[in-house]
Design a protein around this ligand. Structure first.
Ligand code: HEM
Length: 259
């Protein structure tokens, strides 16, 4: 039976543990998934060390779940990506995702259907997201670092799409706000990581795009029904088949993670 050893290593999430969830702040000011301080991904198996806690191993139940997942998901989702996904899913609440294991401690961590979003809050979320994607995609585009170069033009890019959505809001008469602290702080953090810690940067790369294509897309659809008469934003449209784009990126992530 495969076990996943927990120890600390190279792929650190920030101790503030807010990550992409910062971007949800515009939607629901306190929505946040707490990540363990270190989400590590060494060569073989993912290693996780919860906040200062002792090293431990993934339980038999988790291993069985992992086997089921491997049957359900393509080859590319195994390996580094599979390990990251396994940890990310455990950090969701059951209301957020079927595989979630975290207890919901506040209504914000409960079902999205019970949220009461506002257009202004959503707009702020889109603006902050645009800054984050501008930063992320700018770093990749301008880089000649081999680990980053392979992620140019994956088809998952979102900055341009978000630009179109913001134009649409403008045409509807909304004033487009400035990016706020969550978007700005996270963008700055990404720049630092890209320079100093490529392995951590790649973990964020995965988290940003894959979270958006999964829960992000589901949230976008529900919020749009509530406050935008079901308007389909460009943010949630991809040129090409999303599943194929994700699969291609999974392959690349698994391959660069052979560090
Ligand atoms: C209300 C908040 C959220 C909801 C409702 C939600 C929901 C979901 C759902 C339904 C999935 C897909 C599960 C599947 O593949 O069967 C998912 C995947 C994922 N979510 Fe979330 N999520 C939320 C917040 C977040 C946040 C804040 C992050 C990161 C900081 C995040 C990161 C991820 C990641 C990395 C995946 C895995 C994607 C993959 O590799 O396929 N989620 N989420």
């Amino acid at each position: 039976m495969a076990t996943t050893t927990l120890n600390s290593s190279s792929c650190h999430f920030p101790s503030s543990t807010r990550l992409y969830s910062e971007s949800y702040l515009g939607l629901r000011p306190t929505v946040r998934i707490s990540y363990p301080r270190n989400l590590t991904a060494p060569r073989g198996y993912l290693a996780v060390k919860a906040n200062g806690g002792p090293a431990s191993v993934v339980s038999a139940a988790a291993a069985v779940k992992e086997m089921v997942r491997r049957e359900k998901y393509p080859e590319e989702s195994i390996g580094f990506v599979g390990e990251m996904r396994l940890v990310a899913m455990r950090l969701h609440t059951r209301d957020q995702a079927k595989e979630g294991e975290k207890e919901s401690k506040s209504p914000e961590e409960g079902p999205v259907t019970k949220w009461e979003p506002t257009v202004e809050g959503y707009l702020q979320f889109l603006v902050d997201s645009k800054l984050v994607y501008d930063t992320l995609e700018g770093i990749i585009d301008e880089s000649d670092f081999p680990t980053y170069v392979v992620f140019k033009n994956t088809g998952l890019e979102r900055a341009e799409k978000l630009g179109k959505d913001l134009e649409w809001f403008k045409e509807q008469g909304y004033e487009i706000p400035e990016a706020m602290a969550p978007g700005r702080t996270y963008s700055e953090y990404l720049k630092v990581l890209a320079e100093r810690d490529p392995e951590a940067f790649i973990c964020h790369f995965y988290n940003i795009y894959f979270a958006h294509s999964a829960g992000g897309q589901m949230i976008g659809t529900k919020v749009s029904k509530k406050i935008l008469d079901g308007k389909e934003l460009e943010f949630y449209k991809w040129d090409g088949q999303l599943s194929q784009l994700l699969q291609d990126v999974r392959k690349k992530l698994n391959s660069v993670a052979e560090w």
